[in-house]
Design a protein around this ligand. Structure first.
Ligand code: NDP
Ligand code: MG
Length: 403
């Protein structure tokens, strides 16, 4: 049976129309690959990216996208000049451009693959327009999960996780009722430095940190994976997506990145989802759900893997993890402050302005100084994010690197 798209207003449509926001990035490019491999039944009608306009122009020409958004006016001019003759999509600019694409009447699925807090306006717009939101951008939930999920519920939007752990949980949750779930286990590869002695962490370079052992991803999430901040963000993401409390979310280190996450039910059954560490699988599932379609990608070969290991995380070596639980417990604007500070800290590390071991203390320092609001409006959330970025930037010269 074919799936029916866009809920009641599009009930008769069987060809879902997709907008890919962040199409020039790691998840965005894989989404276009998946859409193309699914064939003409899946149509890409809109794209958005930041500044890689030449790549975006090529994608727009290849997909025949009707609408394309970029970050700023300058990128829009370069894009217009770079478009091959004949291809004339509408060109939009900035957060308003993203919002317009996310709420277009001819879009059924919004794949949100923008990195960082820049994804939030589009997440809210897609939720308010009642779209299927195939969500890779975890920062929007970390910043404003209560709002995004409430708007989605109010407007009948489906939020389907793309992040591999959350896709695994989403799939495993289907094996029982929500009231029958005892808890979940989020798996973490541990990143490139999990086995490295803590005293060595201060000397690791951005190049080493960008070399993830199992996943190939964009720079921010790769650094977040090395500090385990990515897992902290994912703890918060799981809380919002599935309504789980801090006590219901456990983290285990699983270096093979094969078991993407697990759900434990009240009867003691544990349901896991396994697969190769390849984002194309959860991306495809978010597009075809509730169906499964054949895929051409390399398949999991358990015999050649031999064994799968699991262990409790080292909390002392990776203090970022604890921050995820703290944000769930306190809520309010703390997630926005965490997200904003982390973006600045990761950016500073990538520019060699601070050391790897400065990232988490810098974020913690910002959280300690944060004047927290318990039940914030969207404006207050955006203000907390802006404040945290400013505060983190101010702290940069004070970090241990400069001493
Ligand atoms: P990348 O850095 O590879 O790509 C980010 C994308 O966002 C690029 O297309 C970039 O455009 C675009 N972008 C950045 N800022 C803006 C802006 N202001 N306006 C419009 N577009 C913008 O990131 P990833 O693909 O790795 O990650 C994307 C999101 O998915 C992140 O939130 C990440 O945590 C999450 N995720 C990623 C996974 C992965 O395997 N990569 C796995 C699970 C989750 P441009 O480059 O043209 O400037
Ligand atoms: Mg993940």
């Amino acid at each position: 049976m074919r799936c029916v798209w866009g809920r009641s207003k599009h009930a008769e449509r069987v060809v879902p129309r997709i907008a890919v926001l962040g199409s020039t990035g790691s998840v965005g490019r894989m989404t276009l690959e998946v859409a193309s491999s699914l064939g003409p039944e899946f149509e890409v009608v809109a794209l958005a990216a930041g500044r890689r306009v030449h790549a975006l122009a090529e994608q727009a020409a290849e997909t025949g996208a009707r609408s394309v958004a970029v970050r700023d006016e300058e990128s829009a001019k370069t894009l217009a000049a770079a478009m091959p003759s004949g291809a004339r999509p509408e060109i939009l600019v900035g957060p308003e451009g993203l919002e317009r694409i996310a709420s277009r009447a001819d879009v059924d699925i919004v794949v949100l693959a923008i990195v960082g807090g820049a994804g939030l306006p589009a997440a809210l717009a897609a939720a308010r327009a009642g779209k299927r939101l195939a969500l890779a951008n975890k920062e929007s939930l970390v910043m404003a999960g209560d709002l995004v999920m409430a708007e989605a519920a109010r407007h009948g939007a489906e939020v389907i996780p793309v992040d591999s752990e959350h896709s695994a949980i989403f799939q495993a949750m289907a094996c029982g009722r929500r009231s029958e779930v005892k808890g979940v286990v989020l798996t973490a590869s541990g990143g490139p430095f999990y086995r490295l002695a803590q005293r060595e962490h201060g000397h690791v370079t951005a190049k080493q940190a960008l070399d993830h052992p199992t996943w190939s991803m964009g720079p921010k999430i790769t650094i977040d994976s090395a500090t385990l901040m990515n897992k902290a963000l994912e703890i918060i993401e799981a809380h919002h997506l599935f309504g789980l409390s801090a006590d219901e979310i456990q983290v285990l280190i699983h270096p093979e990145s094969t078991v993407h996450s697990l759900v434990e039910f009240v009867d003691g059954s544990v349901i896991a989802q396994l697969g190769r560490p390849d984002m194309r699988t959860p991306i495809q599932y978010a597009l075809t759900y509730p169906e499964r379609r054949p895929s051409p990608w390399e398949r999991l070969d358990l015999a050649s893997l031999g064994r799968l290991r699991f262990e409790k995380p080292d909390w002392e070596k990776f203090p970022a993890l604890q921050l995820g639980y703290e944000v769930i417990r306190r809520g309010g604007t703390l997630g926005a402050a965490l997200s904003g500070a982390d973006e600045v800290a990761v950016g500073a590390f990538l520019e060699n302005r601070i050391r790897f071991t400065d990232i988490v203390p810098l974020v913690k320092r910002v959280l300690e100084a944060h004047r927290w609001i318990a039940a914030p409006s969207l404006d207050e959330i955006l203000a907390a994010d802006a404040w945290a970025r400013e505060e983190a930037t101010k702290c940069l010269p004070l970090s241990s690197l400069s001493k």
